[in-house]
Design a protein around this ligand. Structure first.
Ligand code: GSF
Length: 204
């Protein structure tokens, strides 16, 4: 398999961590989707990464679809419960973590792509409200538990830790660590894993 992505993306990192936890081999193809000469649309008409290229030449997106597929490939390191309420709970955690980053990215794009006088402060405040509420929900959902859902590592923890890592990378001014020590504890624990160490967000 080949994974098209970047080393800055939360969604790509989520897929890479899942690949590593499940001990799946893949070739990482770095692509700057914002470059004028990007060829990403040949694989993903939406022009986004991550995009998984399978052995038969087929392409798969987005990150939630990819990780769900990867989890079916091997029983090693099962990250999504088979069915029922537990499955929905893990996927809801993933939606929450991705949603926080969706909102934060909208703020980042507003700040980086639009000229200062064209930027909407109301829009950015609205999105930052989602980031704050999402962090609060993550913290209260986690409580004193060692993992977000159940009693072992799942996609919920992977998603939350990737989101916290991305916020630290792109929005260091958000002081989630001091405000939510339980999230910091989870984040620090997951950061020790090779899957996270090997995929730290970085500008390439
Ligand atoms: C989001 C992917 C995405 O926005 C997923 O895969 O889970 N729901 C999708 N990727 C960004 C890169 S990044 O900011 O993580 C992307 O490729 N953006 C290009 C564009 O044209 O929006």
């Amino acid at each position: 398999m080949k994974l098209i992505g970047s080393t800055t993306s939360h969604y790509v990192r989520k897929v890479r961590v899942v690949m590593a936890e499940k001990k799946l081999d893949y070739t990482f193809i770095q692509e700057n989707v914002w470059a004028a000469d990007t060829t990403i649309q040949q694989s993903n008409p939406l022009g986004k990464v991550p995009c998984l290229l399978m052995e038969d030449g087929g392409a798969m997106f987005d990150s939630r679809v990819i990780v769900e597929y990867l989890d079916t490939l091997t029983p090693v390191g099962k990250l999504i419960p088979a069915n029922g309420r537990e499955r929905a709970e893990v996927k809801c955690w993933e939606a929450l973590a991705d949603g926080v980053i969706d909102a934060a990215i909208l703020v980042r794009l507003e700040k980086t792509l639009r000229a200062g006088d064209m930027q909407s402060q109301d829009w950015m405040d609205r999105q930052m409200g989602k980031v704050s509420a999402g962090l609060k929900a993550m913290s209260s959902g986690l409580g004193d538990a060692p993992f977000c859902s159940g009693n072992h590592l799942t996609l919920a923890d992977v998603s939350v830790a990737c989101a916290l890592g991305w916020l630290t990378f792109r929005f260091p001014e958000i002081e989630w660590r001091g405000e939510y020590p339980n999230l910091a504890k989870l984040f620090d624990k997951l950061s020790e894993r090779a899957s996270f160490k090997d995929t730290l967000p970085q500008q390439s």
